[in-house]
Design a protein around this ligand. Structure first.
Ligand code: CA
Length: 229
């Protein structure tokens, strides 16, 4: 039985990171989106379940839920609402949300709700290595392989880890320091230019050699983000 793939759509980075951390630790496959556009794309192509903030940039959470239901997609949706206002909850449920959680919440509360939904739709919470697919690009975590149009592209281990980290958070800008910590580890003594060098190599292989368009985008003065194809 495959593990549940949970998409967290939340523009507040601290809440997103908190949820991602706790749900991943439970063995779930977790992906995060920072705006409604990315959330919609990932909800259509990847997710089994959606944790959806009401106040999202680009397209708000209500509109994301409404669009998914209009497209007859039945993935469970849990709305996150900052307001204690009952109207938000009622609107969310009327639009087809399965449940709602009012901020501030405890991670434990969210995990309990997510697990209940996993049981209901017959998924386990055991981690299994995921294959991320974005158009022509596939990132296979189990095989640690990158494929474009089904053909393998050779990546060095750090290049692979860097791409995987960015692609696991599509549309989310990650700072050079965060990438250093996650890909190289906290005890790495090199500087942030290391990240730039590796990003250049990933781009060379995917964008120049395989003609994928704009996979890794530079966020000036900050870091990089993976652009959903
Ligand atoms: Ca928000």
């Amino acid at each position: 039985m495959p593990a549940l793939r949970v998409l967290i759509a939340e523009d507040d980075a601290s809440i997103r990171d908190l949820l991602q951390h706790h749900l991943a630790r439970e063995g779930l496959n977790v992906c995060a989106a920072g705006d409604g556009n990315v959330a919609l794309r990932l909800a259509r192509n990847w997710a089994d379940m959606l944790i959806l903030d009401v106040g999202l940039p680009a397209i708000d959470g209500f509109e994301v839920a409404r669009t998914l239901r209009r497209e007859k997609r039945d993935l469970p949706i849990v709305m996150l609402t900052a307001r204690t206002d009952e109207v938000d909850r009622i609107v969310g449920l009327e639009l087809g949300a399965d449940d709602y959680i009012v901020k501030p919440f405890s991670p434990r509360e969210v995990i309990a709700r997510v697990k209940a939904i996993a049981r209901r739709i017959g998924k386990t919470c055991d981690a299994y290595p995921l294959i991320l697919k974005f158009g022509r690009l596939e990132i296979d975590e189990a095989a640690r392989e990158v494929r474009v149009d089904g053909a393998r592209v050779r990546f060095k281990p750090r290049e692979f880890s860097l791409l995987l980290e960015l692609a696991s958070n599509p549309g989310v800008a990650l700072s050079r320091q965060v990438l250093l910590d996650k890909v190289w580890g906290f005890d790495f003594s090199g500087d942030e230019r290391t990240v730039d060098v590796h990003v250049r190599r990933v781009r060379l292989k995917l964008e120049d050699e395989r003609k994928l368009q704009g996979v890794l985008m530079t966020v000036h003065g900050f870091g990089y983000k993976f652009v959903v194809q």
